[in-house]
Design a protein around this ligand. Structure first.
Ligand code: GDP
Ligand code: MG
Length: 136
């Protein structure tokens, strides 16, 4: 079933010059880019996006990180896109993520782990509305 999902190439991806490398993983898999935008976000958008995490101990440094420079926000579309993107991203902690995944191949951090992917179709529609309110 074709789905849409919200993907972020976080500021570490941009800083490290890995936009092309990471985007290519999604493209060669067969996912379509429906929307794409390079932008620097403020704390308010970070809090909205990470609403489920704002009270957690790891959140203040995470907010610092995601607002620290430009990131690339994307909507990707394809068969089972939510689950497919999560699998390509790999486990949250780059040190534990499996080789072959984006985080497993390219990140050595639990926070600076390069990518975000919506965790369910419901999260995807909530997040797409936040990042791309005008997307039909
Ligand atoms: P995700 O869905 O795999 O991105 O992981 P979560 O939704 O659990 O967490 C959101 C983001 O917060 C992660 O991608 C990390 O950037 C960061 N994060 C999550 N857990 C931790 C943690 O225990 N320590 C640190 N430093 N960052 C974390
Ligand atoms: Mg998450």
């Amino acid at each position: 079933m074709s789905q849409r999902t919200l993907v972020l190439l976080k500021p570490d991806t941009v800083r490290r010059g890995l936009i092309g490398e990471v985007l290519a993983r999604f493209e060669v898999k067969g996912l379509s880019i429906v929307a794409m935008d390079l932008r620097t976000i403020d704390a308010e958008l970070a809090d909205q996006h990470y609403a489920e995490h704002v009270e957690k101990a790891f959140y203040p440094p995470l907010r610092e990180f995601v607002t620290s420079g430009p990131l690339v926000a994307l909507v990707l579309e394809g068969d089972e896109a939510v689950e497919v993107v999560r699998a390509l991203n790999g486990a949250t902690d780059g040190r534990k993520a499996a080789p072959g995944t984006i985080r497993g191949d390219l990140s050595l951090s639990n926070r600076e782990n390069l990518v975000h992917g919506s965790d369910s179709p419901e999260s995807a529609s909530r997040e797409i509305k936040i990042w791309f309110p005008d997307l039909p």
